[in-house]
Write a protein that binds this ligand. Structure first.
Ligand SMILES: NC(=O)c1ccc[n+]([C@@H]2O[C@H](COP(=O)([O-])OP(=O)(O)OC[C@H]3O[C@@H](n4cnc5c(N)ncnc54)[C@H](OP(=O)(O)O)[C@@H]3O)[C@@H](O)[C@H]2O)c1
Length: 288
């Protein structure tokens, strides 16, 4: 039986991943015979999975990588693209015909693409970030590398040692001179901020609490929640009520997916294909 060129996502758990919907929509729109699958892997299965990718008869030519493996996969790759090398996190792997593996990170560029679409220019802005996981790593890297640097970025995380470790690591490769770790949500100075980004998983569950006191949210603020399902977290609902502009993470997911696909295919996708990818995501969210 002929092997269909295969792409997919590795991580755990993957049951809620929207990446298959988006990438299979792109294959269909392009009329390409290929398939995108989920590969839920346990920690001790990752090494063998990567060993098998080296086999000449492997049908896999591209991967996305998600929690908890964005850093773990790096030793298994041959090359890291410049942005992934700065972030030291990989969410996209390209596998060449001769089975060489190159790692990219499209989360940071995907976030920036959405900010641009929202016409938010980070230059000179005051940014507050909640959370210090993989998403913050990608966002801080992109904000530290672009010329349009924020005036400052204040960052709060429930576990202070995690945020300290993240900044210590990133500052070896990225300008973190405008980043300040704060020890309480109050010290984020959201009242004075232009952009508040939630990268914590708080809000995924509709019963999750609001981490930010309501009165801190205001009409000069863009509140960006990287969560996309539910589309309106309590944070976004409250921010809207307080007159803030709001955005969820669906477009970030879309842009990181487009950029990943373009790395695999080595072509730019046209507007029609991108619209089909975006539409597939919106429908998947609506249909639950
Ligand atoms: N839109 C997109 O394209 C996109 C891309 C990637 C991820 N995401 C979403 O972003 C979110 C985070 O993903 P990630 O990869 O960054 O995850 P991660 O690396 O696991 O980090 C999770 C973060 O959430 C914090 N957190 C978890 N539970 C908390 C609680 N009860 N109270 C306060 N803080 C809490 C953690 O703090 P501690 O350090 O204290 O544990 C940590 O800072 C997820 O919802 C994911 O779906 C969206």
């Amino acid at each position: 039986m002929k092997n269909v060129p295969t792409y997919g996502i590795i991580g755990y758990p993957l049951s809620h991943s929207l990446s298959p919907v988006m990438h299979n929509a792109a294959f269909e729109a392009l009329g390409v015979e290929a398939i995108y699958k989920t590969f839920p892997l346990q920690d001790d299965e990752v090494e063998v999975f990567f060993e098998n990718l080296r086999r000449e008869d492997s049908p896999i030519f591209g991967l996305n990588v998600t929690v908890p493996y964005k850093e773990k996969v790096i030793p298994y790759l041959d090359t890291l693209a410049p942005f992934a090398k700065r972030a030291m996190a990989v969410n996209t792997v390209v596998i060449s015909q001769d089975r060489k593996l190159t790692g990219y990170n499209t989360d940071g560029p995907g976030f920036l693409a959405h900010l641009t679409e929202l016409k938010f220019d980070p230059r000179g802005k005051r940014v507050a970030i909640l959370g210090a996981g993989g998403t913050t790593r990608a966002i801080l890297t992109v904000l530290g590398l672009i010329p349009e640097k924020p005036e400052f970025i204040k960052i709060y995380n429930r576990t202070i040692s995690t945020v300290e470790g993240l900044i210590r690591d990133l500052e070896q490769r990225v300008d973190m001179s405008n980043v300040e770790i704060v020890s309480s949500i109050e010290d984020l100075d959201i009242e004075l901020a232009d952009l508040l980004i939630n990268t914590t998983s708080v809000g995924l569950n509709p019963r999750d609490p609001l981490l930010v006191p309501e009165e801190m949210l205001h009409s000069n603020l863009l509140v960006y929640d990287v969560i996309y399902n539910p589309a309106q977290t309590l944070l976004l609902k409250t921010a809207k009520k307080m007159g803030a502009k709001t955005a969820n993470g669906l477009e970030m997911l879309f842009y990181q997916g487009v950029l990943a696909f373009q790395h695999w295919a080595n072509v730019q996708l046209d507007a029609d294909v991108k619209n089909k990818m975006r539409q597939s995501l919106r429908e998947a969210i609506q249909n639950g």
